[in-house]
Design a binder for this molecule. Structure first.
Ligand SMILES: O=C(O)CCC(=O)C(=O)O
Length: 286
């Protein structure tokens, strides 16, 4: 079995705090290849502005920045690039997932988050379970760093131990209509969080219930991150992004339940254009 990549101390840190920084999971050569492929994806496929909506925008940005702020994003990079397929099955990374999730691990999604220079979109505090709701906490999000991060370009920030509270109610509507799920800014402030700056080739992982967010990118270079979502194969998804879609088994096996059918061979997306619309157009996705 693929296991024992993480030390007992690292596993205990993740269980206690709900996140963990893992330096140098990818070699410099692997990181260079992933970054080059990411740039190609940004040019050819990504949505140039998949910004999140909601009243939090006025709290974290002044009026001028708010108008200019953008997020470059797309889902499922591994459907478009072989390098990103190799990334999701990286042996060291998969061993970490087995250490945290158990023997049978399924890939759920990959999502690009690129904060463009100077006004790259902040993220209000939220739990990822608000976007892809699962039955339990056996779900790890992995942020692959293609650039060094720090305060100035909006490194990831966490509320330590917040995963222990389980799923919290998020704001999903305002009087003006639906908005991107987020936690109230008066109760969950970015300033109360722990920053986790990381280097190119590092990953930062966190639990699906860990409250997190990030500040604006104020530098003159893009900040490129890709999130990979892995779950225990028996952690059933209840709603949101990619629900009902089988994922790649990256470790172990998919147990068969009594009477369970094989997966359909029909295409699961009937309207690929609709599937790529940003969060503001597709409730529960981003
Ligand atoms: O890209 C960021 O700074 C935030 C990432 C995030 O919130 C997420 O992946 O859920």
């Amino acid at each position: 079995m693929l296991t024992n990549q993480l030390t007992p101390e690292q596993i205990a840190f993740y269980r206690e705090h709900g996140y963990l920084h893992l330096p140098r999971i990818f070699t410099p050569a692997e990181t260079d290849e992933l970054a080059a492929e990411l740039d190609w994806l940004i040019e050819k496929w990504a949505l140039p502005d998949a910004s999140w909506s909601g009243p939090w925008r006025q709290v974290y940005m002044n009026a001028d920045t708010e108008k200019k702020s953008k997020l470059v994003a797309m889902h499922d990079l591994h459907f478009y690039s072989g390098a990103w397929s190799r990334c999701v099955t990286n042996r060291n990374l998969v061993r970490c997932m087995v250490d945290l999730l158990g023997r049978d691990v399924e890939l759920h999604h990959t999502t690009m988050h690129v904060k463009p220079p100077e006004t790259g979109h902040p993220f209000p505090m939220h739990q990822d379970n608000a976007f892809y709701e699962h039955t339990d906490g056996r779900y790890v999000d992995v942020l692959v760093h293609l650039d060094n991060t720090r305060h100035e370009n909006g490194e990831i920030r966490f509320l330590p131990g917040s995963h222990k509270s389980g799923y919290l109610p998020h704001i999903t509507r305002t009087p003006a209509g639906a908005c991107t799920p987020h936690l109230p800014t008066d109760k969950y402030a970015l300033d109360q969080t722990v920053p986790v700056p990381a280097a190119r080739g590092d990953v930062v992982i966190f639990n699906i219930f860990t409250v997190h967010g990030s500040h604006l990118n104020q530098t003159n270079e893009a900040r490129r991150l890709v999130r990979l979502g892995y779950r225990h194969v028996e952690n059933v998804q209840l709603s949101g992004q990619s629900k009902g879609r089988p994922g790649l088994m990256v470790a172990g096996r998919r147990p068969r339940q009594p009477g369970q059918e094989l997966f359909s061979t029909e295409m699961f997306v009937t309207n690929p254009v609709a599937a790529l619309k940003p969060a503001t157009d597709v409730a529960g996705a981003r």
